[in-house]
Design a protein around this ligand. Structure first.
Ligand SMILES: Cc1cc2nc3c(=O)[nH]c(=O)nc-3n(C[C@H](O)[C@H](O)[C@H](O)COP(=O)(O)OP(=O)(O)OC[C@H]3O[C@@H](n4cnc5c(N)ncnc54)[C@H](O)[C@@H]3O)c2cc1C
Length: 424
């Protein structure tokens, strides 16, 4: 696949027929997750469209001209005009197929999909999710010579890979970039010999049969399944949020803060993630305004002290956002004072939302797996769920404290339990 720059854009894209572009950045886990899918789609549709990659950091003017505000962003062009919906963030393979319909037609997409040959593979253990919990389980199982596959819809690393700095993971004197920590965890498990199926779409999971279908055509059969799917950011659920996601609204400072050099940014939230990430964003932004619904921050003391001492951060307590709107290049955030009900408008170049997390369980909603009152998977001490041969570890499981260290502890326990059960 060809890499092009701003200088080639008019010739290759505006004067081209059917063109698909991936604007990517470095140090961007969703960009890396997209890369193999984009390449595979480019191969399948090589007769029907031309696929290019553009490195956003070196082509900022072009990205701004096209209104590309998030990495990765995939755009579709036909005869020099942008067509269909642009995709951004954690882009799934089926979304790429859906978007190709606009460019080459439904029938062509159907024909190409029908030519993909189904495959089946057998493993002792399948791990769903490659965050610290899943990676640690994969490491222990691999060292016990158990045939294991680790499946992730993105790249391995989980939430650690999008965390700027981790200062509470034992073994390192200095804070470690989350991206590197998760990279080392992943490489350790991979080099041990655990099979990886990453950046895939998990089409279907049947926990009772122990079958997982990937990308619609590949079936994974296992004796045991570990669910380690972690959590995803909560959305606020107000008008404009979905529409501007990836187009001025972001949930990942590690991915997008670097595009706000000398700009004004709003951060919504007041917990650890919001405060630590706001502090990180000030390395780039001119000013960060934190909007928080309560009268005090919920973040730990250390993070609060750093944020209060940071001259670039301003706080608005007891205010809640009600609507986001795009006006020219700016995001207008309407907020309401919780006490007086008075409404105010904040104009910024971008908005980052950190208002907590929800368990990633949508694929298991019909699986009768037992959940606690907050929607997290119940387990016993050895991480068994109520379904025979199915385990849950890390943030997706019911527990009091959700940290890297507690996720890796869970992964260890599940792997040792499985090793003993398979041996007996
Ligand atoms: C912004 C932020 C900062 C944090 N900072 C710290 C910190 O400094 N120190 C600390 O100890 N903890 C921190 N945490 C918490 C820590 O990241 C989590 O506790 C830890 O990552 C949990 O690991 P996990 O393996 O359970 O899940 P996750 O890390 O959430 O990983 C889950 C994985 O599952 C994948 N997945 C999701 N759905 C599916 C599916 N259907 N099929 C297959 N794969 C799927 C995801 O792509 C992901 O890779 C932070 C969290 C956030 C969000």
């Amino acid at each position: 696949m060809k890499e092009i720059s701003s200088a080639d854009f008019d010739q290759f894209v505006l004067k081209g027929s059917k063109v698909v572009i991936d604007f990517y950045s470095t140090e961007c886990p969703p960009c890396e997750a997209l890369a193999p899918k984009f390449e595979s789609i480019a191969g399948l549709f090589s007769q029907d469209a031309v696929f290019y990659k553009i490195f956003r950091q070196q082509n900022r003017d072009l990205a701004e001209r096209l209104g590309v505000k998030s990495s990765p962003t995939v755009l579709f062009f036909e005869d020099g005009q942008e067509v269909g919906l642009r995709l951004s963030g954690g882009i799934r393979r089926y979304e790429l197929f859906e978007s190709m319909k606009v460019l080459v037609g439904k029938e062509k997409v159907k024909e190409i999909k029908s030519k993909i040959q189904p495959e089946t593979s057998d493993y002792d253990v399948a791990i769903l999710g490659g965050g610290p919990g899943g990676l640690t389980a994969g490491l222990y199982l691999c060292q016990a010579k158990i045939n294991t596959v680790l499946i992730d819809v993105g790249l391995p690393g989980g939430n650690v890979s999008t965390t700027h700095m981790v200062s509470n993971y034992p073994g390192f004197i200095e804070p470690q970039p989350g991206y590197m920590l998760s990279h080392f965890m992943s490489e350790q498990t991979k080099q041990c010999g655990t099979s990886y199926k990453v950046a895939v779409d998990v089409t279907k999971v049947d926990l009772k049969k122990k079958e997982i279908i990937l990308d619609e055509y590949e079936t994974i059969k296992a004796k045991k399944i570990i669910v380690a799917t972690g959590t995803s950011p909560n959305l606020i659920g107000i008008p404009g949020e979905k529409e501007l996601k990836g187009n001025g609204i972001s949930y990942c400072a590690t991915c997008d803060a670097k595009y706000f050099v000398d700009k004004d940014v709003i951060v919504i939230g007041g917990g650890n993630s919001a405060i630590e990430e706001a502090d990180f964003i000030t390395k780039f932004a001119r000013k960060v305004t934190i909007i928080h619904q309560f009268e005090k921050l919920q973040a730990n003391k250390q993070a609060q002290e750093r944020a209060f001492a940071n001259k670039k951060i301003e706080f608005f307590f007891e205010h809640e956002p009600r609507e986001f709107k795009k006006v020219d290049d700016k995001i207008v955030t309407e907020v309401e004072d919780i006490k007086t009900k008075e409404k105010k408008k904040f104009i910024s170049d971008g908005v980052f939302i950190f208002i907590g997390l929800k368990p990633n369980l949508s694929l298991l909603s019909s699986e009768n797996i037992e959940l606690d009152n907050w929607g997290y998977i119940k387990t016993d001490e050895d991480k068994h769920t109520n379904i025979d041969g199915v385990y849950a570890v890390g943030d997706v499981s019911s527990k009091k404290y959700r940290q890297i260290t507690t996720a890796i502890a869970d992964g260890t326990i599940a792997a040792i339990s499985i090793t003993r059960e398979l041996d007996s």
